[in-house]
Design a protein around this ligand. Structure first.
Ligand SMILES: Cc1cc2nc3c(=O)[nH]c(=O)nc-3n(C[C@H](O)[C@H](O)[C@H](O)COP(=O)(O)OP(=O)(O)OC[C@H]3O[C@@H](n4cnc5c(N)ncnc54)[C@H](O)[C@@H]3O)c2cc1C
Length: 222
């Protein structure tokens, strides 16, 4: 694992509290789409925990290093300092880490809660520029119907999209898609611990082998 310097190129706000940060891609960096790393501020005093894990939301083939997060009304000091980042400001990234990466021999089903879209976006951008020719579906659940990256996702014809807001409809979509693919797919489930816990049980009950499921648990969200 190495430490890289990230220089902020742009910051975009989606809805009230989703923030997308585009950094210059650090020279020499390599990672697999869907991996994550540990981020730190530079030259800033932070009250409380000084590090946060964020998934890489971009593909290695893009000319940008992207992360996205949710910054609520009363954020942690770490996120206050992120919100205040200006173009040219620096953070560090220790990584990459994690196995939430594409299994190229299988169909892909992404089940995403809110900001959990980050590693899925990275993998979908990877697929977009590859010879991967399996089926691909995305269930994207966000209670307020604010979907970061929706415009880009809508341009990806190779993925069947299901935008949901209600948890019951999300579960219904999961059931339909799971019954369609069963164990002929890999299931990539990502979001808060609460989002994951319900879905873990649901897809296990539907008969999906644990070997066909990858979880990315965003600890720190409820
Ligand atoms: C592999 C991985 C990838 C992630 N990717 C993203 C991403 O792409 N975008 C994103 O927004 N977030 C991501 N997260 C979550 C992120 O690291 C932060 O925890 C989250 O954004 C909340 O940060 P915060 O500063 O708002 O709240 P925090 O101040 O970090 O915490 C809020 C609450 O959660 C508790 N908490 C904090 N950390 C942990 C922990 N590790 N285990 C248990 N409880 C904890 C705190 O005690 C507090 O009550 C990821 C986490 C992991 C583990």
């Amino acid at each position: 694992m190495k430490r890289y310097i990230l220089k902020l190129k742009s910051k975009t706000i989606v809805g009230e509290d989703y923030y997308i940060f585009d950094f210059d891609i650090p020279e020499g960096i390599t990672f697999k789409e869907g991996q994550y790393g540990v981020f730190m501020h530079v030259d800033k005093e932070i009250d409380g925990r000084k590090v946060r894990a964020f998934s890489i939301a971009s593909s290695l083939k893009e000319n940008i290093f992207k992360v996205a997060t949710k910054i609520v009304e009363e954020p942690s000091d770490f996120k206050v300092k992120m919100r205040e980042l200006e173009v040219g400001d620096i953070m560090t990234f220790d990584g990459p880490m994690g196995k939430f990466t594409l299994e190229e021999e299988y169909n892909s089903i992404f089940i995403v809660g809110g900001i959990g879209i980050t590693p899925a976006r990275g993998i979908l951008k990877q697929i977009e520029n590859s010879t991967y020719d399996k089926s691909c579906e995305l269930i994207y659940s966000e209670p307020r119907e604010i979907y970061p990256f929706k415009e880009e996702l809508d341009q990806m014809d190779f993925v069947i999209k299901h935008y949901e807001s209600d948890i019951d409809y999300t579960k219904k979509a999961i059931e339909e898609i799971t019954l369609k693919y069963m164990n002929n797919a890999y299931y990539y489930v990502v979001g808060s611990p609460r989002f994951l816990s319900g879905i873990k049980e649901q897809i296990a009950n539907l008969g999906i082998s644990p070997n066909n499921i990858k979880f990315d648990r965003f600890n720190g969200y409820e």
